[in-house]
Write a protein that binds this ligand. Structure first.
Ligand code: 13P
Length: 254
């Protein structure tokens, strides 16, 4: 089953509107050719999304936010709704990132509410899962991934799943420079695919794209993407510089 690669830049809390414009102007040349083999997504901070949208409107690059509210409107200080994201042209939302889970205490149930909200708004969730080093070393890898997948994707339909991208990001590989080996990543991805199969059946499992995240860079993107069950990347640090992010994608599709 052919699954098109999807590589997304998660800028985290980096780049205001000015730096966003600078990046996109440098990144866009050549992006069209790369997009034949790979969907490209950029997730700036909320305030930079309108500046990015103005430049990306007729481009091959899709816009994402890094979070969203589980509510529609009202007294929720500091929150942003799916309606607002639709208005500014965000097509994806990153949900369940380990930083949201660990620093802001987001639970599987809360993440699930957001996943459902996003799907109802016609936006695509990039749903993140992954274990800590302690969980991996104490033999809990499968249990953790099972809980995150069943909780985060609870009550979704097979139709919903066509819009869902899963991102496996081992917490110990995020921002550390330590990447999972291609074998380690492949093994976890294959397991995640079996979890999706248990929950949604063979066809959904065969077509759902699973990104790897955690210290992906231009030097390792090719061997990671060559793995059977790795269908893209969610990139933090190495997505902050336009030319090296383009190289990362170019190596991945080569
Ligand atoms: P790094 O690529 O900086 O390790 O970050 C990965 C990540 O968390 C992407 O969401």
């Amino acid at each position: 089953m052919e699954r098109k690669l999807i590589i997304a830049a998660n800028w985290k809390m980096n780049k205001g509107p000015a730096e966003t414009v600078e990046f996109i102007e440098a990144f866009l040349p050549g992006a069209e050719e790369l997009s034949e083999k790979c969907d490209i997504v950029i997730a700036p901070p909320y305030v930079s999304i309108p500046a990015a949208a103005a430049l990306l409107a007729d481009s091959v690059v899709a816009l994402s936010s890094q979070n969203v509210s589980d509510q529609d409107a009202g007294a929720f200080t500091g929150e942003v709704s799916t309606g607002m994201l639709n208005e500014v042209g965000a097509r994806y939302v990153i949900l369940g990132h380990s930083e949201r889970r660990a620093i802001y205490g987001e639970s599987d149930q809360f993440i699930n509410a957001k996943v459902q909200k996003v799907l109802a708004a016609g936006i695509r969730p990039i749903f993140c899962i992954g274990e800590t080093l302690e969980e991996r070393e104490s033999g809990k890898l499968e249990e953790v991934l099972r809980t995150q997948v069943s909780g985060g994707l609870a009550d979704l339909t097979v139709e919903h799943m066509t819009d869902v991208v899963v991102a496996y990001e081992p917490v110990w590989a995020i921002g550390t420079g330590v990447t999972a080996t291609p074998d380690q990543a492949q093994e976890a991805h294959a397991f995640v695919r079996t979890l999706i199969e248990e929950q949604f059946g063979k066809e959904v499992a065969a077509t759902t794209r699973i990104q790897y995240g955690g210290s992906v860079k231009s030097g390792n993107s090719a061997e990671l993407m060559a793995q059977r069950d790795i269908d893209g990347a969610l990139v933090g640090g190495a997505s902050l510089e336009a030319v090296s992010f383009r190289d990362l994608i170019a190596n991945a599709v080569a």
